[in-house]
Every structure is written in structure tokens, then in C-alpha cells.
Design a protein around this ligand. Structure first.
Ligand code: IPM
Ligand code: MN
Length: 375
């Protein structure tokens, strides 16, 4: 028997931590929050937000310097505070005034690892009305999802450097995967694939012909776990071939599961075939814990403060956040509102070419959410 749900009004407000970040991050996050307000109004749920400034500017103001690793981008106390929230909403990370890697490692990767957000979920979906760079492909052809492992692989930081600056300099960066890490990611992908629709096709993407240790771990685990999912068809692609198929026959994909670095790379390709970074959303998910949602593009410093950046990726990330909180209807409503705006309003998804400002696009989506509009 289904458990009786407590009355909506009695439910505690969701607590959402908001990290605007760098560059255009705060601008797109503002529009996502506008859409959240509209969704909460019609969906009759309550929420609270709290902003955290983890920007490069703050890091520098606190005396941050690569030579002084004692100045963190996020302090331990702040991390502890974040852990009390129901979800994290992130704008963008990256400031040209801060040495490469500091903010990425100190903020984004730190949260992914410490919050054990072991899934990076990145839908590749061509919305109606969006110009696709692939000839003769439409929204019915481009609608799949990439499950990227998010806490292992080349991202663990294992490796090192010896004899630096000499002709004998040696550098290693280790692709480290564990059975535990690979298995939980693959299970998540099978479960998601089962829920997604009729195709029921899960493709493992790796490079088993060269990465004969790590690739073999993924391949064996995939086939073993797959025995428990007889309703799901399994397929395998090498990562280079996957890049080719994503361009040539994207309609052949349903759900892709892959390691951290390959996932990083193929999801940028995925973003391009769905119309660009302006629309590509993602979620760093801990299925049993705290998840963090973000547009997958960067901080686009050259557009910062100009009110020209496309906020749809951030708004799509908000839809994903709502799904993860269990607010399915609200998530559907935001998704539908995005289709309305791409199909009926925007001239282009590119920054400065939308025919609307950043804030106007946010207004359009929020209004479509209130009115329940779709393409
Ligand atoms: C991404 C980004 C990050 C990654 C960088 C900023 C560390 O490219 O989210 O895809 O490599 O994961
Ligand atoms: Mn990336």
C-alpha cells in the first residue's frame, strides 16, 4: 500500500544553496531562480535559498594565491554548511585572474568529490525551434542522455611529477577506477535507461582496445550488472567511434554510460549538437545525498555583466534540480516552458543573438511556467 503523503503545506520548505560563481554565472542563476519562483507558485511548494560567494574575486580578496594553499576557495565550515541543504544550484566556475585549476579543483571538483556526487547526468536534447548544426536532424533524432562517472578516472588527482624542469622530467596522471565506483555508476545508468522510454538501449563508451585494464573493468562490470536487466539491450562503442556516431547517427542513442574524462569530452560534443552551450544542462548527483545542478558551459567572462548570455542552460539545470527533489510536475512544467520559448520566441541560442536579453529570456520562461505553455 502506498504510504500516505503528508499534506503539501505541512512539508518543510526545500533549502537550496545558491552559488553564482564567476563571470556570467550569477546572471544565469538569477534567471533560474526567477523560474523556480514561478514553478513554486503554481506547484504550491515552498523553498528557501541562501547564497554562497565562492567566486574567484572572493578568493583573491582573501589573499588567495597558488603559492599559499592554506587559503581555500571553500572553507571547511562552508562545506559543512552546504551539507545541510537539500540541493545546490551552481552558476559557473572560472576566473581569468585566478590560475587555472584553483577554482575548478577548490570548488567544483571538491564539491563533486566530498559530496560523493558520483553521477554527472547530462541530457543531450534538441529542443524544438533550435538550429542544429547537423544537417537533416531534428528534435526526434537528438534526445539521449549521457551518464558520466563523476568521482574517479583521471580526475582523482593521482600521479605526480619528478625531475621537474629537467630533460628527464616525468609526469603521470593515473586513470584510477574501482569496482565499487564503476558498478554504482553502471547500475544508475541501467535504472535510468529502464525509466526513460521505449528504446531501452544502454551503450557503454570506453576505449577497451587501448585501456586494457580500466576498460576491461568497465566492460566486465557492464555485462555482469546487465544480467540483472534483461529488458535493456546492451551496446558498446569505443569513445572515438562514439564521437563519429553522435554526429552521424545521434538517433541511435538512448542512454550512454562512460568514465569521467570521456564523459567530459563527449558531453561538450553533445552540447553542440543540441544547439550549443547556451542550452546544455547537467546535474552532479548523489542519488542518496546532496546533488548540485549547473549549466555545463563555462563562466564566459567576456559576456559577464552585459545581460546577453543565454540563461536556458541554467533554467534547464533548475528543471533537473526539481526532478531530483521529487517535484516531477514542476520539472515537467519548466521543461515545457523551455520548449515554448525555443520554439516560439528565441531567434538563436547564441549570446547576444537571442533577440532578447538574459533577463527577458528568464521572464519569458517564468511566464510560460505560470501559464503552463509549451511548444
Ligand atoms: C565540466 C568542466 C569541469 C570538468 C572542469 C571545469 C573541471 O569541464 O563540468 O565539464 O572537467 O569536469
Ligand atoms: Mn567539461
Amino acid at each position: 500500500m502506498a504510504k500516505k503523503q503528508p499534506a503539501r503545506q505541512a512539508k518543510k520548505p526545500y533549502r537550496i544553496a545558491v552559488i553564482g560563481g564567476d563571470g556570467t554565472g550569477p546572471e544565469v542563476v538569477r534567471e533560474g531562480l526567477k523560474v523556480l519562483a514561478a514553478a513554486a507558485e503554481v506547484g504550491r511548494f515552498r523553498y528557501e535559498t541562501q547564497e554562497f560567494d565562492f567566486s574567484g574575486a572572493r578568493y583573491l580578496a582573501r589573499g588567495g594565491d597558488p603559492a599559499k594553499p592554506n587559503i581555500p576557495v571553500v572553507t571547511d565550515d562552508e562545506l559543512a554548511a552546504l551539507k545541510t541543504f537539500d540541493a545546490i544550484y551552481l552558476g559557473a566556475v572560472g576566473d581569468p585572474n585566478v590560475a587555472p585549476g584553483i577554482l575548478e579543483k577548490g570548488l567544483l571538483l571538491r564539491l563533486r568529490f566530498e559530496l560523493d556526487q558520483y553521477i554527472n547526468l547530462r541530457p543531450v536534447k534538441l529542443y524544438p525551434g533550435v538550429k542544429c548544426p547537423l544537417a537533416d536532424k531534428g528534435p526526434e533524432d537528438i534526445d539521449f542522455v549521457i551518464v558520466r562517472e563523476n568521482t574517479e578516472g583521471l580526475y582523482t588527482g593521482m600521479g605526480g611529477c619528478q625531475y621537474k624542469g629537467t630533460p628527464h622530467e616525468t609526469a603521470t596522471q593515473i586513470m584510477c577506477n574501482t569496482r565499487h565506483g564503476v558498478e554504482r555508476c553502471i547500475r544508475y545508468a541501467f535504472d535510468l535507461c529502464r525509466k526513460r522510454g521505449d528504446k531501452k538501449l544502454l551503450t557503454l563508451v570506453h576505449k577497451t582496445n587501448v585501456l586494457t585494464f580500466v576498460g576491461d573493468l568497465w566492460f566486465r562490470t557492464f555485462n555482469e550488472v546487465g544480467q540483472e536487466y534483461p529488458d535493456i539491450t546492451r551496446d558498446y562503442n569505443h569513445v572515438d567511434a562514439c564521437c563519429m556516431w553522435m554526429v552521424k547517427n545521434p538517433e541511435c542513442y538512448d542512454t550512454i554510460v562512460t568514465g569521467n574524462m570521456f564523459g567530459d569530452i563527449i558531453t561538450d560534443l553533445g552540447a553542440m549538437i543540441q544547439g550549443g552551450m547556451g542550452i546544455a544542462a547537467g546535474g552532479n548527483i548523489n542519488p542518496d545525498g546532496l546533488s548540485m545542478f549547473e549549466p555545463i558551459g563555462g563562466s564566459a567572462p567576456k559576456y559577464a555583466g552585459k545581460n546577453v548570455i543565454n540563461p536556458l542552460a541554467a533554467i534547464g539545470a533548475m528543471a533537473m534540480l526539481l526532478y531530483e527533489l521529487g517535484e516531477e510536475a514542476a520539472g515537467d512544467r519548466v521543461e515545457a516552458a523551455i520548449t515554448y520559448v525555443t520554439a516560439r520566441k528565441l531567434k538563436s541560442l547564441a549570446a547576444g543573438k537571442m533577440g532578447y536579453t538574459t533577463t527577458q529570456v528568464g521572464d519569458l520562461v517564468a511566464e510560460a511556467v505560470r501559464k503552463g505553455l509549451k511548444a
